[in-house]
Design a protein around this ligand. Structure first.
Ligand SMILES: Nc1ncnc2c1ncn2[C@@H]1O[C@H](COP(=O)(O)OP(=O)(O)OP(=O)(O)O)[C@@H](O)[C@H]1O
Ligand SMILES: [Mg+2]
Length: 234
């Protein structure tokens, strides 16, 4: 089963954030999404996960297709995500944080889903701590736990290593690989750390000014003159 976004356009008033973007991700595949600031990476995740309805374009997953979807319906179909900026509720424990997300999905046993997700991210021993009191690196990990509780077909990670040190970033890489192995899901990962992208991705897609300018194996994309130009801006 593949997830496909076809010819997606997203306009914000005068600005075209996505200008005919197509993306194809297979189950079990890890795709890196890179590009300069403002190139449309987060917007692509937003329209895919149902935060915004695109101006035009369509999506499909297996036999199902749609042109616009709610955040909750996308999540129920197993399209799950994390956010570029951490969004945790005040005063909830780690377990409650994941349970709330799981309850919001409204499918399966919320407690069981939450406990499994915490176990997968080696978080069980911290389950009763207040989420917002965790160290920043652990909050990033908790966000991923929340996104994988319950049905997971495609996981969209928006800069999961932002603000982390080298060791913590390596830990995220290991976690992402383990999730793919255990769940067999497809993963899209946005990251500005090219080492993370090169280490973890089967394929890399490069956005620039709302368009896909390159797509292929990491080592090839890294040498692509158009990619180098987009990054260096000359
Ligand atoms: N809700 C919005 N309203 C208006 N403009 C928006 C909105 N969301 C994004 N944009 C604009 O769309 C363009 C693409 O933004 P986006 O956040 O997708 O970029 P990005 O590639 O994720 O950048 P970064 O690497 O800085 O996170 C930018 O010009 C941004 O200002
Ligand atoms: Mg972004």
């Amino acid at each position: 089963m593949n997830f496909k976004a076809s010819d997606v356009v997203m306009k914000f008033k005068g600005l075209t954030a996505l200008d005919g973007v197509s993306l194809d991700v297979a189950k079990g595949e890890i795709v890196g999404l890179i590009g300069p600031n403002g190139s449309g990476k987060t917007t692509l995740l937003n329209v895919t996960s149902g935060v915004y309805s695109p101006t035009s374009g369509s999506f499909s997953m297996g036999a199902e297709s749609w042109s616009s979807i709610s955040l909750r319906d996308a999540a129920r179909r197993g399209i799950r995500r994390t956010f570029q900026n951490i969004r945790l509720f005040n005063s909830l424990t780690v377990l409650e944080t994941v349970e709330v997300a799981s309850a919001w999905l409204g499918t399966g046993d919320r407690r069981e889903n939450a406990l499994n997700a915490l176990d997968e991210l080696h978080f069980t021993q911290h389950r009763d701590r207040i989420a917002t009191e965790l160290a920043y690196g652990m909050q990033r990990r908790l966000e991923i736990a929340r996104a994988i509780a319950g049905r997971l077909e495609f996981l969209l990670l928006d800069e999961p290593t932002a603000g982390l040190n080298h060791g913590e970033s390596e830990e995220i890489v290991t976690i992402v690989q383990a999730i793919r192995r255990r769940r067999g899901c497809g993963i899209v990962i946005i990251d500005h750390d090219l080492n993370v992208i090169m280490n973890v991705c089967d394929r890399v897609v490069v956005l620039s000014e709302g368009k896909v300018i390159a797509s292929g194996p990491p080592q090839e994309v890294r040498r692509d003159p158009q990619v180098i130009k987009a990054y260096l801006g000359s």
